[in-house]
Write a protein that binds this ligand. Sequence first.
Ligand SMILES: Cc1ncc(C[n+]2csc(CCOP(=O)(O)OP(=O)(O)O)c2C)c(N)n1
Ligand SMILES: [Mg+2]
Length: 366
Amino acid sequence: MPGTMISILSPDGDLKSEADIPALRLDQQLHLYRLMCLNRRVDDQMIRLQRQGRLGFYVGSRGEEAAIIGSAFALERRDWVVPCYRELGAALVKGFPLIDLVCQFFGNSRDLTKGRQMPNHYASRDLRVTSISSPVGSQIPHAIGLALGARLAGRDDVALVYFGDGATSQGDFHVATNFAGVFKTPTILFCRNNQWAISVPVESQTASRNLAIKATAYGIEGVRVDGNDIFAVYHVTSKAVAKARRGEGPTLIEAVTYRRGGHSTSDDPNSYRDDAEVEPWVERDPILRFRLYLTRQGHWDDDKEQALEDEIRALIRSTLEEASRSGPPSLDTIFGDVYDEMPWHLREQMESVCMPEEFQTVEQGT
Ligand SMILES: Cc1ncc(C[n+]2csc(CCOP(=O)(O)OP(=O)(O)O)c2C)c(N)n1
Ligand SMILES: [Mg+2]
């Protein structure tokens, strides 16, 4: 039933039902915990750098780490992540090296996207993480197309697309979900319902009882899950992935969570929401909940937490040092990757800006 919220871990880190615990080995659980902590510390550091004027822009995901990391972990390497812009954690799960992400944030010469994108708009062809698509909801049809393409090519990879509660009001969501239902594309439509679309609360976004129920209209399965419960998120997403891979069609997952920070570094939520609203969500923190669980099970303690904090701090510091050794992309990168054969007028411009005068072949005045 799309209205029933699935949860496995209670806020104090207790299992609601032993039977429900997904088959995650201890090393996998500890890996997930580390990634959630890394995600948060990278967010904190990048927001600080933006405030210092060293980074143009950043989008954090404080409070949404379980929804993002738990879902991405349900994928295989060959599967596609089609992100919105708040899924650093999914990139980390996919194995995106932190140095590549940070070089993209700085838009330097090591940036895989050659400094052509806004900060926070990373992509990796090798890892099957598609380019972040800022126009709200536009990535949803892309994911449906990727999934259909995979099936037509005889492959069994699936595509998981992330989007927010606000995106469910966009035409692209409805067009894509309808298409996915009709053609049973191997897609997981993962909606992070973080309660806000910049300054618009979800209650003003839709008259629907919830977001998962929107699946019913398109004849696909809708699932509502506690987005701050890493086990529940992993559990429902794994089921949706397996179903998609069997050729039984898409699932819409609504992960109920909360955007604890600003929309981005360009936003100040104090101007439209009360701190009192945020407080209960601090208590439901997904990282704290997982830590309490691991501690109760005897797998975690303060020494391990400290060691992890130290490891992450050192990793972020060394990554920033390494990234700052690269300068801006070279000027000729502006001209590449568009034409197979570059038109003469662009070649002329490229030569005039990139080559020392003695090597320029262009005759002036022609
Ligand atoms: C088509 C379009 N309209 C408006 C915007 C400006 N905008 C950027 S993010 C955003 C809110 C999206 O909210 P939601 O889908 O809930 O995702 P969240 O940011 O909460 O993760 C808006 C309105 C945009 N980028 N694209
Ligand atoms: Mg939102």
